[in-house]
Design a protein around this ligand. Structure first.
Ligand code: NAD
Length: 485
């Protein structure tokens, strides 16, 4: 049992009202620990601490702040296995994925943003011989960071690292479903000697602790990753307070598979892009569109490949998929599949719960599921499932492919599979997505703009986009008394 405590002003503390929530392990559905059910009072204490710490933290040189970030990265790396085990236990993902993707990326987030601030360039504009404009970037203040459950440490550190590197202090509210690795990060931060109050963690429900953070008048910036509906509620709270808002939201990501693609590469990558992390990555493919002439071949090979995917104990190295994050989420996923079948979509494979050994019976497993969707009207073609469920749909020609791909309110990510350079460029431009991968998937360069179009988000993070977001840019116009000679 792992008891999580809030981390406020450099100390591990019980929530002020003394309430805790049970934390269920997706592997077998048992209680694996407890986390604070924090209230507005806990958020307020953390914000006060972060405000006190702000002037001194902002006053450090960027080199001094970067050294703390490098130290945090080194400490996480030195206990990578402990972090990976916690992430897998808490989230349900296979341990090998946590070990090879989640935790290394969290380490990289700290190293990347430490390096980024060290190499950041600033702008100056020579207006005339004796006038210069230059811009100065300064930290915003207390950054409120709210993160989801699918890539818990990976996405939390994607916010914490740039916020700290640029001189903000932090109050973070991780997902109530997956707070375990955040609590290990708090231990690392304490050990790295970060000054008290610079980085605070307050755990609990979104509707309570999360809402209090968004509504707090002394938190001028909210960076949120989560669901599109939650973002609407956050926007309503934050807009009248004129907060800086970054919103990374849901998706309904299409894969466009043209007949001239490299078939084997497209097939293998689309299996991966659909079901990695149980389909619980915002960038996972959820709608697969295949050119008519290739459709039957692709469908046969795809379904055959999906049937071989091993769903099982997240602790086992050979499990491709572990368990979904919660009982409620599995209910939600299954509800989508049930209603899709009632709407007349054919189930090509999956649906329902796999046969597993008795010690895993209480876990939240779900079979990788493929449905045949003749058009884009059904609920499952419009709503985000965020689980191991994809649809297969044929398209006639280029225009039909783009129309179908763009037929949802979302615009996060898309993959395009073709060997024709013209088709690749055209489709990349025409598809509604903030992130387009051509002949690959989830290949990331942390300098690039990351974010969604339409209802998938507002703003971009990554590289200089994050450095910009976590700072206020001030223009200073300076006139010299005498022109330069
Ligand atoms: P969620 O919106 O339910 O919760 C996300 C976070 O917001 C949690 O910490 C939660 O406690 C908090 N929260 C909930 N209600 C709140 C409120 N009223 N005020 C303040 N905070 C509140 O999302 P989730 O179920 O944790 O995550 C899944 C969603 O996240 C999916 O839609 C997925 O696509 C999206 N996601 C997007 C990205 C991206 O980069 N675009 C990445 C990962 C996940």
């Amino acid at each position: 049992m792992h008891q999580i405590l809030n981390f406020v002003d450099g100390r591990f503390v019980t929530p002020i009202e003394g309430r805790f929530l049970d934390n269920y392990g997706p592997r077998d559905g048992t209680v694996i620990g407890q986390l604070p059910d924090s209230s507005a009072a806990d958020i307020d204490a953390a914000v006060k601490a972060a405000r006190r710490a702000f002037p001194a933290w902002e006053g450090l040189t960027r080199g001094e702040r970067a050294r703390y970030l490098y130290r945090i990265a080194d400490l996480i790396e030195s206990r990578l296995e402990v972090f990976a085990e916690a992430e897998s236990l808490d989230q349900g993902k296979p341990i090998h994925l946590a070990r090879s993707v989640d935790i290394p990326r969290a380490i990289e987030n700290f190293r990347f943003f430490a390096g980024a601030v060290l190499h950041q360039e600033e702008k100056a504009f020579q207006t005339s011989a004796n006038v210069i404009n230059y811009s100065r970037r300064q930290a915003v203040g207390v950054a409120g960071l709210i993160s989801p459950w699918n890539l818990p440490l990976y996405l939390l550190t994607w916010k914490v690292a740039p916020a700290l590197a640029t001189g903000n202090t932090v109050v973070a509210k991780p997902s109530e479903l997956t707070s375990f690795t955040a609590s290990l990060l708090a231990e690392v931060i304490a050990e790295a000697g970060l000054p008290e109050g610079v980085c605070n963690f307050v755990y609990g429900l979104g509707s309570k602790a999360g809402d209090a953070l968004v509504a707090h008048p002394d938190v001028p910036l909210i960076s949120f990753t989560g669901g599109t509906e939650t973002a609407a509620a956050i926007g309503k709270r934050a807009a009248p307070l004129y907060k800086k808002l970054s919103l990374e939201l849901g998706g309904k990501n299409p894969a466009l598979i043209f007949a001239d693609c490299d078939f084997e590469t497209a097939l293998a990558a689309t299996v991966r892009s659909s079901f990695t992390n149980q389909g619980e990555i915002c960038l996972c493919t959820s709608r697969i569109f295949v050119e008519e002439s290739l459709f039957e071949r692709f469908k046969g090979a795809f379904v055959a490949a999906v049937k071989t995917l091993r769903v099982g104990d997240p602790r086992h190295e050979d499990s491709f998929m572990g368990a979904l994050v919660s009982a409620a989420h599995r209910e939600k996923v299954n509800g989508f599949v049930t209603r899709a079948r009632e709407e007349g979509l054919a189930l090509l494979c999956g649906g329902g719960v796999p046969e597993l050994p008795s010690e895993l019976k209480g876990g939240y497993y779900y079979n990788p599921t493929v449905l045949l969707a003749p058009d884009t009207n059904s609920e499952i073609m419009q709503q985000e499932v965020f689980g191991p469920v994809v649809t297969l749909t044929p398209f006639r020609d280029y225009d039909d492919a783009i129309t179908k791909a763009n037929s949802t309110r979302y615009g996060l990510a898309a993959t395009i599979w073709t060997q024709n350079l013209d088709t690749a460029h055209r489709a990349a431009a025409d598809v509604d997505a903030g992130l387009v991968w051509v002949n690959t998937w989830m290949l990331r360069d942390l300098r690039t703009p990351f974010g969604g179009m339409k209802d998938s988000g507002v703003g971009r993070e990554g590289g200089n986009y994050s450095l910009d977001y976590y700072t206020e840019e001030k223009n200073i116009c300076l006139q010299l008394s005498k022109p330069n000679s």
